[in-house]
Every structure is written in structure tokens, then in C-alpha cells.
Design a binder for this molecule. Structure first.
Ligand code: HSE
Length: 352
């Protein structure tokens, strides 16, 4: 916290300007006074680049409310006018030319290649820029390399939102539960499938109808394979294995079974047995080896994870000193995920 009313400006460049990026900018506007008064933090947005919408760089700082209005009216970012504005740079050129302290990386996740986000991160770290991201791709595939680059260039890499969006887990482990050994992590890491299983159980809804409803409500991806086949949860399990348990595993090193094979009869049969199906992601260390999986599991109703309904995420950390700690909260959403970026940016400000 800055002392005695001291205000520190931090220059931010944002790569990607979709739902999450705009959510973050809305929070900056909404919490401007609090950020300044309580944390001595004044963000200066010096550039934004989006593959579809274009880019703009304004060294003196972008007027964020005016920018949000411009973007939500569906206008191209290149057309945003401001004194000294430079338009039309691609994302790499924007990172190279923006004189920023922090890069916010919120492009789409590609879990197979990690691109284009990994290239953005390498470029930013080489320049000594710290990073706040919610992009699962680079953290799933290149975590160790990116940490090395950050250390080498005295930059900070933050990724609180990659597993549970705005529900804190890495800060929880790093601060509140520090000193504990985490033995095992298991939980519900995909909101869409959790919502679907609940509808199938409570409303006897057929699998296809539950999926269509999840899509209509905006939880499921446009191509829901990542949700129902467990790829989204798998990426999160890989991240937890490598970041929290110190593993070095890839997406082929964990078992993955989605919920597409679960029928309404299976769900109803489990209910009759006082059990409940959940898509559970889990990881633990056994004799120095990571054992990780994503699969549907029948839980007794007494398990805290069995009571988690809706498009919600939850994780239980089994620790040596604090026992089992379960945290539950939203795993997606514009403002929730925007908050994950906000807290990372604020913590970078506090650490710099
Ligand atoms: N489609 C994902 C879910 C969103 O349903 O949880 C975040 O990964």
C-alpha cells in the first residue's frame, strides 16, 4: 500500500479486448477512486490490441470510459481517436512499442498450441513487463519456461484467473495457506457440466436439452466439446499439478473422460443410491509422481463437492497443517474474470 497519499502510475498494455478485457476496464472505471485512495494505484492504459477489432496506442493514456463506449458501439479500435494515437499495429508491435509496466493478456485460449498468447508473453517478459493473464493455454503448456523468463527479466507473472476465474486459489495458497504441504487437490472445474448434471438429476432433463440450455444461458462454449469432453477441466488440472504440486506434466499425462457418456438413467440411479455424479478433476503426488485425472465420479451426498450446484466451480485442497479446505465460487463471467485480472494487476503494483 502506498503511504501518505502517494499515488503511483502504472502503464498497462492490453492484448485482447473481448469480454474479459472489457470487464477489467469496467472495473478500473468503477473502482478508480478506491484504487487510488486505498492502494495508491493509478492505472494508465497506453495501448490495446485485438486481432479482430484492431489496435491503438496512446502514450499519454487512453480515456477508458470513452474507449469502452467506442468498443461497445461495435466500432473498430483503430478508429478510436485521441491526441498522439497510433493505430493499426499488430499485437507484437504493440507490446514492443508500448512503454508499459504491465501487459494484460486476455486473448482467446488455445489449449493445443498456447498461441498467440505464449508469443505475447515471451515478448512482454523479454522487455521486463510484468503480466496478468487469464489465458489457460500458456500456463498449461509453458509454465516453467515463462516463470524462467520472468525471473531472468525481473518481471512478475500472475495468472490467478486461469483455473477458477475470480474465485481465488493461487493467492489463497501463496498467502493464507503458505507453509502447508498440499497433498491432493480435487474439485469441480467446469461450470457447464456441473449445471448440466444438476439439470439431468433435478429436472430429469435429457443430456441434449441440458446442453442446449447451458449454451443458451452462455455458460457453454460455442463449441461445447471443451466442456463436455473434459478438455477445459483437464487444462485446469494440468495447471494445478504443475503450479501447486510442482509437477511437469502435459495434457497427455492425465486421464480424461467427459460427461457425454453419462445418461439420465445413470444420474437417476445414482440419486436413488443417495449419490450424485460430478465431473471431478483431481491431482495428487504419489511417491513423487503426479496422478491426475478428469472423470465423472459418483460422490456421497455428504461430500462438500456433492452440494455444489449450478454453473459453479469448487476445489478441495488437502493440506498437512490446515486439513481439507474447500473453496467455491464462480468459475466464469465477465466481471468475475475481469476481477481476476484486476487483482493480479493490483498485486503486481504492490509487489513492484
Ligand atoms: N466454459 C467454461 C465453464 C468457462 O463452463 O466452466 C471457463 O473455463
Amino acid at each position: 500500500m502506498a503511504g501518505q497519499g502517494e499515488i503511483v502510475q502504472r502503464k498497462i498494455v492490453m492484448i485482447g479486448c473481448g469480454v474479459v478485457g472489457q470487464g477489467f476496464l469496467e472495473i478500473l472505471v468503477q473502482k478508480k477512486e478506491l484504487l487510488s485512495k486505498k492502494f495508491g494505484f493509478e492505472p494508465v492504459l497506453v495501448g490495446v490490441s485485438d486481432m479482430m477489432k484492431g489496435s491503438v496506442m496512446v502514450p499519454e493514456g487512453i480515456d477508458i470510459p470513452a474507449f469502452l463506449e467506442h468498443v461497445s458501439a461495435g466500432k473498430k479500435i483503430d478508429e478510436f481517436s485521441a491526441p498522439g494515437a497510433v493505430a493499426g499495429l499488430d499485437s507484437i508491435a504493440t507490446i514492443q512499442q508500448a512503454d508499459a509496466d504491465i501487459m494484460v493478456e486476455v486473448t482467446y485460449t488455445d489449449i493445443k498450441t498456447g498461441e498467440p498468447a505464449t508469443s505475447h508473453m515471451r515478448e512482454a517478459l523479454k522487455k521486463g513487463m510484468s503480466i496478468a493473464t487469464t489465458n489457460k493455454g500458456p500456463i498449461t503448456l509453458h509454465f516453467k519456461e515463462l516463470c524462467g523468463l520472468a525471473e531472468q527479466n525481473k518481471a512478475i507473472l500472475k495468472y490467478e484467473g486461469v483455473v477458477m476465474s475470480g474465485t481465488p486459489i493461487f493467492d489463497l495458497l501463496d498467502y493464507c495457506l503458505a507453509v502447508n504441504d498440499v497433498k491432493e487437490i480435487k474439485g469441480i472445474l467446469n461450470g457447464t457440466t456441473n449445471f448440466m448434471l444438476e439439470k439431468m438429476e433435478e429436472e430429469n432433463m435429457a443430456y441434449d436439452d441440458a446442453l442446449a440450455l447451458a449454451q443458451k444461458l452462455g455458460f457453454a462454449e460455442a463449441d461445447p466439446t471443451a466442456d463436455v469432453e473434459g478438455f477445459d477441466a483437464l487444462a485446469k488440472v494440468i495447471i494445478l499439478s504443475n503450479v501447486v504440486l510442482g509437477g511437469n506434466i502435459g495434457t497427455d499425462d492425465a486421464e480424461r473422460i467427459g460427461i457425454s457418456g453419462i445418461t439420465i438413467e445413470d444420474v437417476q440411479q445414482a440419486k436413488a443410491e443417495n449419490m450424485r455424479y460430478k465431473l471431478i478433476g483431481s491431482t495428487k503426488l504419489v511417491d513423487g509422481k503426479i496422478i491426475a485425472s478428469v472423470k465423472p465420479v459418483k460422490l456421497p451426498l455428504s461430500d462438500p463437492l456433492a452440494g455444489v450446484g449450478g454453473a459453479v466451480n469448487a476445489l478441495t485442497f488437502s493440506t498437512d497443517l490446515s486439513g481439507d479446505i474447500t473453496i467455491q465460487g464462480s468459475g466464469a463471467g465477465k466481471i468475475e474474470t475481469g476481477f481476476a485480472i484486476m487483482i493480479d494487476v493490483l498485486n503486481i503494483h504492490r509487489e513492484l
